[in-house]
Design a binder for this molecule. Structure first.
Ligand SMILES: O=c1ccn([C@@H]2O[C@H](COP(=O)(O)O)[C@@H](O)[C@H]2O)c(=O)[nH]1
Length: 236
């Protein structure tokens, strides 16, 4: 089987007009949308609902990281909004992730609950500097295991770690990968990067892609080209 609709477009905009203009150009059968901290802080739940009315499944990327009670309540707020996917920082700990899981289990159709491992903008030197020495894959695997044991549906990691996490945690654990760049695209602040086809071949389920699409002259053709490049990558 090949991947169905792997692209999640990161809708990182400062105002409503360009975000809505892009969403209205895109096809919900070809991609999902991600609403992150910038857009959500500016436009709030009403904008998420508007995107959902256009037919899009929404990944609400707010990366909750707080005490268990607070994170569980925030996840419930996301579920009430009807989003498709929500995330928490796995480094918030097992009790925090379990509290989120328990709270979402009260919903008939809860959003997918995903744990952020090591941000794709960090490399080994950055981990050293924040007092977490070691290679990113080592830390990603440890946090992936913790998220899995806490009952989460998957993790955010870079595609570079997809293969070892997939091998360790099996085919049902969702791997959501930012740090994806079509060949030749600028990496910007992303440090752990692969192309879309490489990411899927390594075991990623979803490709979170922002600037290469949102800043393109013709975002739809970039999405079509990425989907085309991924067509023959088999699921593993
Ligand atoms: O580790 C992470 C977690 C989240 N992100 C988010 O993904 C997109 C990537 O955007 P690009 O423009 O393709 O770099 C962005 O919204 C981040 O907040 C991430 O990059 N890495």
């Amino acid at each position: 089987m090949t991947h169905v609709k792997p692209i999640i477009v990161a809708l990182d905009f400062a105002t409503e007009a360009p975000a809505l203009a892009l969403a209205e150009q895109l096809d919900p059968t070809r991609c999902r949308l991600k609403v992150g901290k910038e857009l959500f802080t500016r436009l709030g739940p009403a904008f998420v609902e508007r995107l959902q009315r256009l037919g899009f499944e929404i990944f609400l990327d707010l990366k909750f990281h707080d005490i268990p009670n607070t994170v569980a309540a925030a996840c419930a707020a996301a579920a009430d909004l009807g989003v498709w996917m929500v995330n928490v920082h796995a480094s918030g700990g097992r009790a925090m992730m379990e509290a989120a899981r328990e709270r979402l289990s009260r919903y008939e159709r809860p959003p997918l609950l995903i744990g952020v491992t090591v941000l794709t903008s960090l490399d080994r030197a950055d981990l050293d500097a924040i007092g977490c020495p070691g290679e990113p894959p080592e830390r990603v695997l440890a946090l992936a295991n913790l998220a899995h044991d806490a009952g989460l549906d998957g993790i955010v990691c870079s595609p570079l770690e997809a293969a070892p996490v997939r091998a360790a945690l099996g085919s049902n654990f969702r791997l959501v990968t930012p740090g994806v760049r079509p060949a030749g695209a600028a990496h910007g602040d992303q440090k752990r990067v692969m192309t879309p086809a490489e990411a899927l071949a390594a075991g990623a389920d979803y490709l979170v892609i922002g600037r290469p699409i949102t800043q393109a002259a013709d975002p739809r053709s970039v999405i079509d080209a990425i989907n085309q490049s991924c067509m023959n990558v088999a699921e593993n």
